[in-house]
Design a protein around this ligand. Sequence first.
Ligand code: COA
Length: 267
Amino acid sequence: MSSPRVALSLDGPVAHVVLDRPEARNALDGEMVRELADAVGAASARDDVRVLVLSGRGSVFCAGADLEWMKTAGSFTDEENLADARALFDLFQAVDRSPKAVVASVQGAALGGGAGLGAVADVVVAEEGARFGFTEVRLGLVPAVISPFVVRKIGASAARELFLTAGRFTAARAASIGLVHHVVRLHDLDAAVDERVGELLRAAPGAVAAAKALVRSVAGPPAESLREFACRVIAERRASKEGREGLRAFLEKVTPDWDPGRGRISG
Ligand code: COA
């Protein structure tokens, strides 16, 4: 039950969904989005599965959307560009709406869509060195697709600061805004995840699904009502002058033209 970029394995009632593209820091490109959505869908549909554990192989949990993929999508037709954005939105929604409890295990970094995956998990365990960030505006983009899920999770105040500054923040800060629930030492990460899974297995499966649906219902407008709006925003952004410049700069490992540090020799 595995595929090239995402590995799905079962351990009794626990489904392990592993992002398996460490050479690109588990960045989400079109293929990976499809495979991840398939794995989450398959695990969520099984009666014998009660908990999904989402993790990333290698040094980093997930570096967010694949910026090469984003750059390519920016030169697609409007409809193709929108279709890509919808596929990404539907992945977050599939995790968000899974009737199973979802635990995310975060090491290294969770940036952009990686932080978005944390936002749609029910329980997030992070190692103390993990860094989080909504880096999109430094790339000329905006965290549009993840925004309905993230703003619901961390609130508008934290979102305004973090979306606008794009600053990277610690696991402790992530815990203080509700994006992370447990911060542990790196070598305790797997044990801490197992402990959370053990707790979740003591809960009645039907009640877990009902409790998730309950929180979604009372927490604000359903994310799907913002799907078209959020997808339109990112599709326009990645085709924009700033979006193209930001993605070019990232991929060429240079600073974009709006960055005051441009041209300076600094560390
Ligand atoms: N999209 C595409 N490729 C990415 C990527 C992304 N989001 N994040 C990392 N990569 C690639 C790098 O370009 C590099 O490729 P190369 O080996 O061909 O040069 C490779 O993954 C390793 O990245 P590197 O930066 O050398 O790894 P690191 O371990 O030092 O740092 C990160 C890891 C995640 C902290 C760093 O890669 C990073 O900040 N990435 C950008 C993440 C981001 O802003 N995401 C938001 C997207 S909206």
